[in-house]
Design a protein around this ligand. Sequence first.
Ligand code: E4P
Length: 243
Amino acid sequence: MKIFIDSADTEEVKKYLSAGLCDGVTTNPTICLKCGVAGGMEGIKRRTIQIAKLIEPRPMSVEVTSENPEEILQQARDYAKLAENIAVKITITDREGKSFLPVIQKLVSEGVRVNVTAMTTFNQAILAAKAIKSGMEANPEKAKTPHFISIFAGRISEEQGVERAFNVLKELRNWLDFHQYKGIEIIVGSVRTPENVEYWSRTGAHILTIPPEVIAKSLLGARTKETVAQFINDAKKSMEELA
Ligand code: E4P
């Protein structure tokens, strides 16, 4: 299982890269805003290039900022030119539920790597997988893989509980394997707690994208600090005795 860092904070990315915990990075407009990415579209592009360089060849996901299909196509093509390891995030529908799958299929057929995002159901995810597969088949020599399908497990949990999210992820992995889908990986998004990490790591999803603060919390064990203190104190005592 891979871990992506769900952040646009370059220092956090560096930190987890050097710990061997960063297999990729995901951002979205909300994350960019939270991480102080300024300067509009140019600012987003600058930060994207910075992070993409830092983590290459690992994938860097950046999200389009429009709900207009023509604008999405243009932005996605522009983003894809920023670096070799860019994956363009496109929500499965617009805010009214209008499908972006034709746009996604087209971009994949042009050789743009996509991350279909903001999905909260099994059905959305298999439709996204089918659109991606169709795009890859339309132009196999251009296909840049893996493409990603992002399930927002935390948001599913908020409505329907963590177990429902678990089952959606598990069944989705089974479905991809059963139908022999290649070059498409599941990302678990909206990971909110260390308990989410523990639970959803067992679904067979290929990737968990985790905010830095949740990774930091996941590093802590209930009695680890106390145990380390005991070892260090006793080591000191035995050194003193030896001396
Ligand atoms: C990841 O790719 C997503 O953008 C992210 O995990 C979304 O999480 P949220 O539900 O906290 O917005």
